[in-house]
Design a protein. Sequence first.
Length: 262
Amino acid sequence: MALKEKGWPEAGDLVIATVKSITHYGAYVLLDEYEREGLLHISEISSSWIRNVRDFVREGQKVVLKVLRVNEEKGHVDLSLRRVSRRERREKLLSWKRDKKAESLLRSASEKLKIPLEEIYVKAGDPIEKELGLYKGLEKAAREGAEVLLGLGIPKDMAAVLAEIAKEKIKMPMVRIKGILELQCTKPNGVTIIREALLSAQQIEKPQGTMVNVYAVAAPKYRLEVLAENYKDAEIIARNAAETAIKNITKAGGQGNFEREK
């Protein structure tokens, strides 16, 4: 389905392959994304001298390879391992894992809605892939809700289920920043005033999925912690939370300040 291409890879493409068998002149592999076989010749395994092919690859191993040549008439695909950089390998594996995750989410939606997987792909998978990229679109739905999918013309029930499944199964990348919030109030009800100021910091308006937590360190110091998608948002949220707490305690007759921790 989404991960199985019907055609052929092109020269220069990076592909995920599973090593099927090893010979003295190289290894035969299965191209996972195309369900076609290819040859990894010994001369394309490593730039160094190879005594035993199994010192570099083994049966069943997943490898990232670069397509050198494709002969559709003969059904031949020549591949290279040594021409794939570490960065290319890392990025291709990440992309492939995300595609697999996206396919799994669509399968789960198919089972929950009790409709054919092909219908999920046509009505949801294709529009998401075209506008946002399949995994990124589902990740966006996990973060912002079904409205993201509804905006692509996906049926309401399908959008709701996909957003729900995505939110449950996609672990969103988050960044964490911390700082020390120092609040003081000498009034008789100072403890209550400080507690309300801290609560106001946690309740500021913030993007969905963002978290603001406050922990006692040792009075009058409290640790303010923010979890957000990126450092820019986290810094803005932390500043707003601290300013809200300081404003409220100052208004009630106390004082406060905030210092960002490195």
